[in-house]
Design a protein around this ligand. Structure first.
Ligand SMILES: [Zn+2]
Length: 219
């Protein structure tokens, strides 16, 4: 029903671990989903969310193939930094049409699109799994943000969490995950932003129903 898989290694050689749940045999076939946390290493609340979600899915499996990656930026999380070990913001490193080499502040997009092994690991998992429902866990706004086909899903998740829903977070995000998979590819992308930076159970309790709903019910 569930198995562990290493989907790649970080700049420092640490494994990026996933758990994949297979749907029950009687479930209606649906495209797989991927949920990932801590692509920003300074958002450990998102790892807690993903780990709690795994615990719950082990008890009650989801209605579709589901990949959970609690920590994409393993080196950053261990070092307490947003960026990876080469100081790249992984959420600016995706090979989106709007990827740009120029940047401001700490938003280094990397030398080339998908130059970073953490970005490559996630991108290759999406390609080989055929996942179409993609849920990115972030902090510290309080919103369900959508890209691509994600609007209906984000609005329902927002209703279930009591959070606002938004299609635009108010600033440009070149090379972001949502740009590549939502804008460019038209997949169902929802960015769940919880207003907790440190490990806080509310990150899970706020979003539990919304995350379960996204994995179980609608197509
Ligand atoms: Zn973030």
């Amino acid at each position: 029903m569930a198995r562990d898989e290493v989907i790649g290694t970080t700049v420092s050689g640490r494994p990026i671990e996933a758990i994949v749940f297979s749907p029950p045999r009687y479930a209606k076939p649906r495209p797989p989903a991927i949920v990932f946390g801590a692509i920003h290493g300074d958002e450990p609340a998102t790892r807690l969310q993903a780990e709690r979600l795994i615990e719950e899915l082990l008890d009650r499996p989801p209605g579709r193939e589901t990949w959970i990656i609690p920590v994409v930026n393993v080196d950053g999380l261990l070092g307490g930094s947003k960026n990876n070990a080469r100081d790249v913001d992984l959420n600016r490193n995706f090979a989106a049409a709007n990827w740009a080499a120029t940047y401001q502040g700490g938003y280094c997009p990397g030398a080339t699109p998908e130059s970073e092994p953490e970005t490559q690991a996630l991108a290759s998992l999406i390609d080989r799994s055929g996942a179409e429902r993609l849920i990115a866990l972030h902090a510290t706004f309080r919103v369900m943000n959508w890209d691509g086909r994600g609007q209906a899903l984000a609005e329902e998740m927002a209703r279930l969490a009591g959070y606002p829903a938004a299609g635009d977070i108010g600033y440009p995000t070149p090379g972001s995950f949502g740009s590549k998979y939502g804008l460019d590819r038209g997949l169902e992308v929802v960015t769940v932003e919880v207003p907790y930076l440190e490990v806080d159970e509310r990150a899970w309790t706020d979003t539990r129903t919304a995350l379960r709903w996204a994995l179980d019910l609608p197509s």
